[in-house]
Unconditional design. Sequence first.
Length: 318
Amino acid sequence: MLKNGGGSINLQHLVYFSELARTLHYTEAARKLYISQPSLSYAISSLEKELGCTLFVKGSHNLKLSKEGAIFYKYVVKALEQLDAGRKAVDDVIRSSSQVVSLAFIYTLGTTVIPSLTSSFKEETGNRNLIFKLIHGNTTNVLSALKSKSIDLAFCSYVEDEPEVEFIPYIDQELVLICPKDHPLAAYREADLAEAAKYPMVHFIEECSMRKFINSMFCSVGSPPPVACEVENDMTVASMVNSGMGFAVVPYENFLHSYNIKILPITNPQYKLYIYLAYLKDYELPQMARAFRDWALKKSKLDLEKLPPQVICADRKI
């Protein structure tokens, strides 16, 4: 509650007022606020009673701010912005001394890489109070969480036109072709994507950066194959292949051996697939997150000095 000259103003009512002043439509404002229209009307009525004036008037076709409402709206917007900035400042202070490291990573790293990194860091530092907050998704979702500062660090594919994000090559991944054991491709010991393109494929959804990379591999030897179905993560891809839906190209992981499928190394085309450790360039990481980042980079088996410049520089194409 905020104190005024004659009483208290409900902060939530100010949020409601701000949204109604912006939309000038009760039904739309209530929908965006996830409240009922009567609840919104009650909040505005209570606010007008506290202020002793009318904030809105009905025009010939729509709702309008009154003279007093227009003046009040300018101050409410500034006040809510300041309160939000204050909340974020407090959050930053809390996070800076926090024993929590928040990470987001793409699905393919969830079975071995991330568990190994997090457990090894806790063991080497001896910090029993350290807590890892982990979420996973595709690269688009992971970077969205990073840019909103919901997480500290991300492990994902490289994405162009992300000037605020620093991408550092962390590991390289092997891709393999998987298919049912009775599939025509199962007769081979190695996979040639030019040959594989003749058959229907279980593919990643459009939003996955892995799909773009795999498509580029097919295009380098011909054209992409017909798509039998699209899914979001590699485990579901393997399950669909196991059910006979078609073949797929996925990062190699140990869990693939739990399926009744054929796993083939890809020899054509030649390729290099890198996964990056990403963080915001102009954001000061909390102390523990910074320590984990620096430690993880030292553990990377990639020699950055030997990588092609286009792999290392975030502002150049891979």
